[in-house]
Structures are given as structure tokens and as C-alpha cells.
Write a new protein. Structure first.
Length: 284
């Protein structure tokens, strides 16, 4: 008896399954921005799988595309608020990635600013509708900036030269401007001067030199502002509606006795020529 064997050959079919694409790595250069000013940059840091293009959405209704890893996207926000940047990668012959959050940007308001030189009163006036603070600088011929004590929208100047103001919004965004002014000693001839009667204070309640006294203060049409600084330039006393009855008597803003020595004052009143000088506190 003869046995017949049938040999069956099974061919294995090898299916080529595409590997899942690995999304590129993107970065953004900041977490905060200011309206109409800051440039936010998004760029590709690393590519693992060649891609066709990347859609980047900036969270304010605007979007753009990256088509190669050398390309950067730059964006300026026009409105304040929290903006979430997302991106989605598309490939040739592969499914696109899911939309991915890249970063959430906090966008603050850039303050508006106009700077006016009131030559008649030798005063620079900074005007802003949304500034929270003002910082003034004197700029010398070499461009070196020296911060001034004035923190108000107006700066009374007594020297020719360049002055710069930086205004800051509540969000920490800034705008700056500068002007070069020309000052003449007789420029303020039409304005009444602020006259300080004494530059010595002996705060012992004897009725003599107990207070820093400003002459004719009762006749002022506008409040008089007095600031006192120590030798290190630190403000120790401030009164925006000064009176000779309850004025500077050698005490700081907290009511504490100041050490004997020399202090410096800045006195201003609208419509009058401001004055700076020194006052000595003498204690016996």
C-alpha cells in the first residue's frame, strides 16, 4: 500500500502597519505679553516625524501655519486677557495629531501716553488714561538715566536737558516717552514762588522753629504738597495738603521721631514755582 502525502504550503502575508507619527516639539518665548506691543514667538524646537504643516491657534481667533522646522510664527495681541495657544500637526499619509495646548499667555494692557512741555510753567505733563504709576528720569548727554523722586504725572524742571517718563499699567506693561527742554532762570517770573521761612527745625514745642513753615500758605489757591527725604534719598514724610499748623515737625509718616541731621524737601503747588532745599533737624 502506497501512502500519498500532500504537502500544503501556507504563504504568510506580512501587513505593513504605519508607525504612529510622533508630534514635533514646539515652544513659545514668553508667558506674559502686552497689548499692541509684545511680540510672541512660536517656533519648532525638534522634529521626530516629517510633517506637512502645523496649525497654530493663538487663542484670540487668529491662527497661522508652520510648514518647515526653520519657520517661526510671531504674533501681537490686541486685547487683554488669558490666551491659550494650541497647535495641531498634519502629515502626509498619516492621521493628524490631536490639537495640543502649548501655553497660556497672560496679556496685559499697554498704557497710552502723551507728553507735553508746558514751557510757561517749566513743567512736563504726562497724560495717560490707564497708567497706574509714573517714573521720571533725567538723561544726560551720554544717555545715562538718573531716576528722579517725582512719581506724579507732572514734573517741574529747573534745568535744561532731556527728561524721560515711563508709565506702567496695573498689569506691569509700560510705555515711555522723552522730551528735551530748555529752561531759562526768568522763565517762571510770572509765577509766585513757594517760600520756606526756615531751614532748621527744633521740635521741642517751644513755639520757635517747631515746624517747617511756608510763608503765606493760607493764601494758596491750590493744595501744597511737601515731601521730605533722608540723605539716602528715601522718602520719610509726605503731605499732599500741607498746613503750617500740622506740618513737618521732625516726625516720619508713622509718627516716629526722625534722627537729628540734614533732610531734603521737595515742595510743589499748582500754579506756583516749586522749590527744593534742605532742612536740619536739631534735637536738644
Amino acid at each position: 500500500m502506497k501512502l500519498l502525502y500532500t504537502i500544503l504550503t501556507i504563504s504568510a502575508l506580512t501587513a505593513t502597519v504605519p508607525l504612529k507619527a510622533q508630534k514635533p516639539e514646539l515652544s513659545v518665548d514668553t508667558k506674559t505679553a502686552c497689548t499692541d506691543k509684545s511680540i510672541v514667538t512660536v517656533k519648532v524646537d525638534k522634529v521626530h516625524t516629517p510633517f506637512k504643516y502645523i496649525t497654530v491657534k493663538f487663542g484670540d481667533g487668529k491662527y497661522s501655519y508652520i510648514t518647515d522646522m526653520d519657520k517661526e510664527l510671531k504674533h501681537i495681541y490686541l486685547e487683554e486677557g488669558s490666551k491659550t495657544i494650541t497647535y495641531q500637526t498634519f502629515y502626509e499619509g498619516k492621521e493628524p495629531d490631536e490639537e495640543t495646548t502649548l501655553e497660556t499667555i497672560t496679556v496685559g494692557v499697554t498704557p497710552d501716553l502723551s507728553l507735553y512741555d508746558d514751557t510757561k510753567s517749566a513743567k512736563l505733563v504726562a497724560s495717560s488714561t490707564n497708567a497706574a504709576s509714573y517714573t521720571w528720569y533725567a538723561v544726560d548727554r551720554k544717555g545715562t538715566e538718573k531716576e528722579l523722586q517725582d512719581k506724579e504725572p507732572e514734573l517741574n524742571y529747573l534745568e535744561s536737558g532731556e527728561y524721560k517718563v515711563v508709565v506702567t499699567s496695573k498689569d506691569g506693561c509700560t510705555t515711555e516717552d522723552s522730551k528735551t527742554v530748555s529752561y531759562q532762570k526768568n522763565q517762571l517770573a510770572d509765577f509766585s514762588s513757594i517760600i520756606v521761612a526756615n531751614n532748621i527745625i527744633t521740635p521741642n514745642n517751644d513755639g520757635i522753629n517747631d515746624v517747617l513753615y511756608i510763608e503765606d500758605l493760607d493764601g494758596y489757591e491750590e493744595p501744597c504738597e511737601v515731601m521730605i527725604f533722608n540723605k539716602h534719598g528715601k522718602a520719610v514724610y509726605e503731605n499732599r495738603n500741607y498746613s503750617n499748623t500740622d506740618g513737618f515737625k521732625g516726625l516720619d509718616d508713622g509718627g516716629n521721631d526722625l534722627f537729628a541731621g540734614t533732610y531734603y524737601f521737595v515742595i510743589k503747588s499748582k500754579g506756583r514755582r516749586g522749590v527744593t532745599g534742605f532742612v536740619d533737624i536739631i534735637r536738644q
